[in-house]
Design a protein around this ligand. Structure first.
Ligand code: SAM
Ligand code: SF4
Length: 356
């Protein structure tokens, strides 16, 4: 494990310097996870696999080497980690990956998480490929809300972006989610100039027509993929383009995350923008991420992590696991440092490793 540091010496110069810090007594308040900047951590994003049935160009390299099975947390280990976080005040947990729904027997874990006292908000991010099959069982298990990635409504383009995916299957999956009773399902669209920017208006119309929310995401430099800077579009540019077609009304609503929302009169759909580059949201960060191999990353945009798998497999008790989690608060930096690194990322993990 990394040593706990009270000064952010491992973080890049810039935003992480000179931020007021909270004393260890406050941070280690019983039953709560508070980082050294006073931010309370109540939201965990748990990646349950690094594998996926798609190979989205912005997320993975064409040839990926996946983790051997024994290096991936088994479901009992995932559940133990989730319980430890809930005992430290976590109320929201998002299952992600890789593609969470391609993991074998995934409902075993989801049913247990859905029944975990104190975990009020179990949610899932998926590429939608398996939703036709899983929508009803997910709803029955207590999953509250789904995020489905959708960058285009053109089948050929969908195939190019995902390298392998079938758009119609995903669209049927979205309908299956609605039919199973999911509401406020959110589409996630990564914005890429020259790739899908001519479809933003169509995607918003699709969301409105189907009673969905949609968030546009600025592409983040995770993993070595060249040419990202040529496709970068800011949220602001997209919002201005959408405003030529829709009456966008700023909304004060928040889903507790980094998105800023707009509404369209006469529709319930929310149009969100996740703008790690143009609108830094780190000051209200309430989350940590856990990879499929049990590494706890306090920040998506930095390389420091603590190893939970080692504790899980050492025979140590739950108190030791909780202590390792509490210790991770010492390395949570004030923020990421994406803007300067689009084509030469400082963060070498792909998004599929950390879990988006
Ligand atoms: N497979 C699931 C999916 O695609 O929704 C869950 C995992 S995926 C890594 C989670 C989200 O991360 C997706 O919405 C995807 O579009 C987004 N994502 C992946 N790589 C990204 C990148 N480099 N920048 C911004 N978003 C990215
Ligand atoms: Fe798979 Fe999701 Fe990454 Fe696409 S974004 S390759 S669907 S993990």
């Amino acid at each position: 494990m990394h040593n706990e540091t009270l000064m952010p010496e491992n973080t890049p110069a810039g935003m992480n310097d000179f931020k007021p810090q909270v004393s260890p007594e406050v941070r280690h308040e019983a039953g709560a996870l508070v980082d050294k900047y006073g931010r309370r951590i109540t939201y965990v994003r748990l990646s349950i696999t690094d594998r996926c049935d798609f190979r989205c160009t912005y997320c993975m390299a064409e040839e990926m080497t996946f983790l051997p099975r024994h290096e991936v947390m088994n479901f009992e280990e995932c559940l133990r980690v989730a319980k430890a976080f809930v005992s430290l005040g976590t109320t929201k947990l998002r299952l992600t990956g890789g593609e969470p729904l391609v993991r074998k027997n995934v409902m075993w874990l989801i049913e247990r998480l859905g029944a975990l006292p104190g975990l009020d908000n179990l949610v899932l991010t998926t590429n939608g490929s398996q939703l036709e099959r899983f929508a009803a069982p997910l709803k029955a298990a207590g999953v509250k809300r789904l995020n489905v990635s959708l960058d285009t409504l053109d089948s050929e383009r969908f195939r190019q972006i995902t390298r392998i995916g079938d758009l119609n299957k995903v669209l049927r999956g979205i309908d299956a989610a609605t039919n199973a009773g999911f509401t406020r399902t959110k589409l996630n669209t990564v914005m890429m100039k020259g790739v899908n920017d001519d479809e933003f208006v169509t995607l918003v119309r699709y969301a409105v027509d189907h009673g969905l929310d949609i968030s546009f995401i600025e592409e983040m430099p995770l993993g070595e993929i060249h040419g990202r800077s040529t496709t970068y579009i800011s949220s602001e540019e997209t919002r201005e383009r959408l405003a030529e077609h829709f009456d966008l009304i700023p909304s004060t609503e928040s889903s507790g995350g980094p998105a800023r929302y707009w509404r369209i009169p006469g529709s319930d759909s929310r149009i969100g923008f996740i703008s790690p580059h143009s609108h830094n949201f780190c000051d209200t960060c309430n989350r940590v991420r856990i990879t499929a191999k049990g590494e706890l990353y306090p920040c998506l945009g930095q390389n420091d992590a603590v190893n939970l798998l080692e504790v899980l497999r050492s025979g140590a008790d739950d108190a030791a696991l909780r202590q390792r989690i509490i210790d991770s608060m010492g390395i949570k930096p004030y923020g990421h440092d994406f803007t300067q690194q689009m084509d030469a990322p400082q963060v070498v993990r792909f998004m599929s490793m950390t879990g988006g």
